[in-house]
Design a protein around this ligand. Sequence first.
Ligand code: ADP
Length: 192
Amino acid sequence: MLNLVLFGPPGAGKGTQSAKLIEKYQLVHISTGDLFRMHIKEETALGKQVKQILADGLLVPDQVTIDMLEEEVQKNPQAKGFIFDGFPRTVAQAQALDDFLAGKGESINLVIKLDVTEDEIKERIAERQKISGRVDDEAEKLLKRIDEYFTKTIHVLPYYEGQGKVSVVNGIGNIEAIFQNLCQEIDAVIAS
Ligand code: ADP
């Protein structure tokens, strides 16, 4: 299996690049943000539980997120591999993912950090808000999400660096050029 984590701040382009990567490498894309939004839209019990948390730009509690993620992986027993997008967002989630994959004789092969400056993500999300209408893209909520990223999520990186699994790719510039750089990193891992 090929299991990738796409890592980066809100607005780094994880969703855009994931869509291109799953097509090329035939992987299953799991975006915890998309899953939560789907639960909210469908008004499931989980959706009701997390609606306000997402609207506030805060992180959903680890166990809730981990349970949902594991369920989603189990739904895809035939997968050649996964792209985890927006997960793990805390060290506890990263540890849970490692344990879960180890139980299947699998592991994370590569963590790619999409490197984007804080100014760039603020600009991008301001643009996105005009079309997405996502309540958590509003300026104040966005600051909360960026704050969550720099206080909690950023610690996931040294966790995976300790395992020698992190590659950094510049996330600013042409979407296709960024994609090619991501592919280079992935192909190097496949070849190794
Ligand atoms: P973005 O990357 O643009 O911030 P996402 O779609 O990945 O947006 O996530 C939207 C929201 O969903 C987050 O702000 C958070 O409330 C919730 N969320 C998504 N993934 C996680 C996670 N792994 N742990 C906790 N909360 C999460």
